[in-house]
Design a protein around this ligand. Structure first.
Ligand code: HH2
Length: 248
């Protein structure tokens, strides 16, 4: 899944100018269009503005592409209008917790349900705590899948970076086999990679997180993930091809 952000403020600047057609040429099987940044601390935009950002892109990509277009939204109005504009995957970082979302989700052939601690990117990184992060994320995903009533049409996502410390993110990636699937994993260029690979107190910026992203994508593939959500499609396809060739 290649990422196109129709936003002025997504955390990785290059994703704001990403071209969906090029991502497919590079090997993406799905293009995910988002109109609201969910980076830690970000505020929300209203549905009208989000529609203004994503609908023209969803419509033109859906017309031109042979692969499904996904819309990254938590708002029922955006989900409804994006479906009408041609989106066939609904990617919801709130896992259908907004009123009205389950009804819109039922019109989609495929829905991604993601774990976020709490319901707001603005506050999710303020001292996130778990007793057992893997058990809690697993229970949340199973509950959301059951509540959705969409059993066979959902992918589940541990929500790397959404209300998690560096240790929480690493623990989830180490224990992907313990989570229910089919899994989608989105670790691409996220800040835990900057913290992991930078010097103490000097994390690497998003522009320097490609290698960490590729390692995380290979880890997800090794755990049998159905999908990785990435900014760097060409590099990820190459890394996964090489990983496959050297794996049993
Ligand atoms: N991460 C982001 C956005 N949407 N959706 C799923 N299912 N999983 C993720 O891990 C995920 C997601 C954040 O990345 P990005 O879209 O590049 O940044 P921003 O939210 O700043 O636009």
């Amino acid at each position: 899944m290649g990422i196109v952000n129709a936003t002025p403020d997504s955390f990785y600047a290059a994703s704001r100018a990403a071209d969906g057609l090029r991502l497919v040429e590079e090997g993406a099987d799905i293009v995910d269009v988002g109109g609201e940044s969910t980076r830690p601390g970000s505020g929300s935009v209203d549905a009208e503005e989000e529609c203004r950002r994503v609908l023209p892109l969803v419509e033109s990509l859906a017309k031109r592409l042979d692969v499904p277009v996904s819309v990254d939204t938590s708002k029922p109005e955006v989900a409804r209008r994006a479906r009408d504009a041609g989106a066939r995957v609904l990617n919801d970082v709130l896992a259908l917790r907004a009123p009205g979302m389950p009804a819109e989700a039922s019109r989609y052939p495929l829905v991604v349900l993601m774990h976020m601690l709490g319901t707001s990117p603005r506050t999710m990184q303020q001292d996130p705590r778990y007793g057992d992060v893997v058990a809690e994320v697993r229970a949340f995903l199973e509950e959301r899948r059951a509540a959705s009533g969409l059993a066979g049409r959902v992918w589940l996502d541990p929500g790397i970076g959404f209300g998690k410390t560096l240790e929480h993110n690493l623990e989830l990636l180490r224990c992907l086999e313990e989570l229910p699937g089919p899994l989608l994993v989105g670790a691409s260029r996220k800040s835990f990679l900057g913290a992991l690979l930078g010097a103490p107190g000097r994390p690497l910026p998003p522009e320097e997180r490609l290698e960490g992203s590729l390692a995380a994508a290979c880890r997800a593939a090794a755990a049998g993930a159905a999908c990785v959500r990435v900014h760097d499609v060409r590099a990820t396809v190459r890394a996964l091809d090489a990983w496959k060739a050297v794996s049993r």
